[in-house]
Design a binder for this molecule. Structure first.
Ligand SMILES: [Zn+2]
Length: 236
């Protein structure tokens, strides 16, 4: 059993482990914030302005997203980002469709504050509303040049511990080029997150489609929750 304080942090039930990033108003783990500020300095020298658009999210926020998609109040998207008809899908298909783009409450890396979504504010007008869609971040997309620059930094080991946990499709979560993670801390937390821990969490914090999720949890855990150790950079 995990220490209660660590478990609350792991599942997004506490916000004592995050602090304010003043430009975005988002909350980040202090070490992730330092890494982001260093990356931002480097990026500015290259003409980019990285901005956090989504940092820490707590359990309740993720549960609202999950339940909204499960219940059809929020749009459900296919792998290409096109809308799906939730009512036409079986519970199992609905669960897997949600998981393609949204994490289970308690299993979001955004709970940790080590992970955040980023745009290049220099590439768009101040009132631009980021969509966080594949089109924005592909090489010829509006944020493509920033992400190509960032790929080079990551490959060179010069990204201050930041990496892309969803760089490629491993048969689960769609690639999310906008999602960055501070590896030295997130790797530790990833190791603590287990399927049994999540089952216990949901016994006390109900979510929609829970029976279907629990019946498929081993497969979901492997494909959608766990980022394999070999995907983490060598952080020495
Ligand atoms: Zn994200």
């Amino acid at each position: 059993m995990l220490d209660a304080a660590i478990e609350r942090m792991l599942f997004g039930l506490s916000d004592e482990h995050v602090i304010l990033e003043p430009i975005s108003g988002q909350l980040l783990h202090p070490e992730a914030l330092v890494a982001f500020e260093r990356l931002r300095q480097d990026a500015r020298a290259a003409g980019f302005e990285p901005r956090v658009v989504s940092g820490f999210r707590d359990f309740e926020r993720q549960r609202t997203i999950w339940n909204g998609k499960a219940g059809g109040q929020r749009p459900l998207l296919d792998s290409g980002g096109e809308p799906l008809d939730a009512a036409a899908l079986s519970p199992r298909d609905r669960v897997y469709a949600i998981l393609r783009w949204s994490a289970l409450p308690g299993a979001s890396r955004h709970h940790w504050g080590t992970d955040f979504d980023v745009i290049d504010a220099a590439a768009v007008p101040e009132d631009y509303r980021p969509q966080l869609t594949p089109r924005e971040v592909e090489d010829c997309g509006v944020f493509g040049p920033f992400h190509c620059w960032l790929d080079q930094r990551i490959a060179a080991g010069e990204s201050h511990g930041l990496f892309r946990p969803y760089a490629e499709d491993r048969g689960g979560i769609a690639p999310e080029r906008w999602h960055l993670s501070y590896a030295p801390r997130s790797r530790e937390l990833d190791d603590l997150l287990t399927a049994d821990g999540l089952r216990r969490l949901w016994e006390h914090n109900e979510l929609e489609l829970c029976d279907t999720v629990c019946a498929n949890l081993d497969d979901i855990y492997r494909r959608f929750i766990r980022v394999p150790p070999e995907c983490y950079p060598d952080t020495g």
